[in-house]
Design a protein around this ligand. Sequence first.
Ligand SMILES: [Zn+2]
Length: 482
Amino acid sequence: MQHRILPQPKSLRFTAGAPVPGPAVPTVVFDASLPAEGYAISVTPSGITIRHSTPQGLFYARQTLSMLQSADGSFPCAEIEDAPRFAYRAFMLDSARHMQTPDEIKRYIDVAARYKMNVFHWHLSDDQGYRVESERFPLLNEIGSFRREHGFGSVNRSRYGGYYKKDEIRAIVSYCAERYIRVIPEIDMPGHTKAILASYPSLSCRETPVQPETRAGVFRDILCAGKDETVAFCCDLLDEVCDLFPDEWVHIGGDEAPKQRWQACDRCKDRMAKAHLDSFEALQGDFMNRIAAHLREKGKRAVAWNESLKSGCLDSDVIVADWMDRDKLCPARANAGGAIIAEDFFHYYLDYPYAMTPVKKVYTFDPLPEGLTDFGKAHIIGVETPLWTEFIEDFEKLCTMAFPRLLAVAERGWTPEEGCDYADFVRRAEAQRPSLAASGIAMDPQRDWDPRGPDRLKKLLAHYKKTLTKEMLFSFLQKEDD
Ligand SMILES: [Zn+2]
């Protein structure tokens, strides 16, 4: 019997008997033997019973039950036992390059919760804008939250910017909490900080004025890792951010930080000598560790992108986000007991076109990298699907990039490997279209999900001219799984 439940439950068995007519009020039973996020549903001709051990498990049971309901409102007899494969199932939204309204963000969150995702990683600071209201550092909003052009190759030349008011952020955090979603804010450092440096130029090595960026890319002006004032600024800033975000984890970036400015900076070199650091990568590790230590004192834990592992000295409790780990430092980290989040650039980045990252490529990606021991496997804590917005200005476009690929990651994060079947996923994903539309979420037309042959090549080349280098194009094609 076909159904439209997504993600696919761990175990589902349809049983004999007349369906229960809707609307039906389930009997809810506490069962301490069930895992924290797990639940069981039993539908028999005499009624519906949900068993759970936590409010979150009950919440997920209700999501499943709503998808079990037939078009006529009745519930087929079935026995379902369910629990997630991974504890961490995240979606990342970039609100630094282009902002979304709080209402749009809530719509996205609401739908992600329906598919049992439980972490919202919110990217709030980058070269092109700082997006958190700051009373402590008002120039971050006056200067760092606005750029002189909409930018990124768009024809729109008007000034662009804004930031989320503290009350708006608190409302989003509580909206998430009601849906059992943690919110992890990201303030990227020491790179991707031109909006911060535009506001406070003394935090850089050269102290020369810069402006918030209007282009996409990686930029040489980064925070000076040699100045104690810079570290103190970051700690104070994170104190203010942490007041808004109660979650234990805080993402502090640590990606794409070119070292040219540090190489020419006496203070950076002084810090290296003082801390006995033998490379500029190690200086980045030292910088990240100083910030992580501050968070630790507050009872918090840092998350960092995988580049920070190149230092060779990143504190062992820092959670590592693996987006581009060509050097295979992440499997080694996991094998040594460090926590890793799987969010591979070639498979889980939702801002790349379907020609580049077809739905099947997302779905068939194994979140466990090669080279893991059994001990290491247990330290891949979950999956995350990032969505960057350099080239995504409006919410409808954002949604058609995310859906159905976000659903594919949600299922891979929840369902055991043996329960994943691509053809069946496609059918169930398409079946979500009416409920997504009812929630104000547009899904990409199914004919575009897996472009093939000349059609795919044409679409790839069109994108390549706009935003991709030749090297990136080849890298994508090399990472094909089929
Ligand atoms: Zn410096």
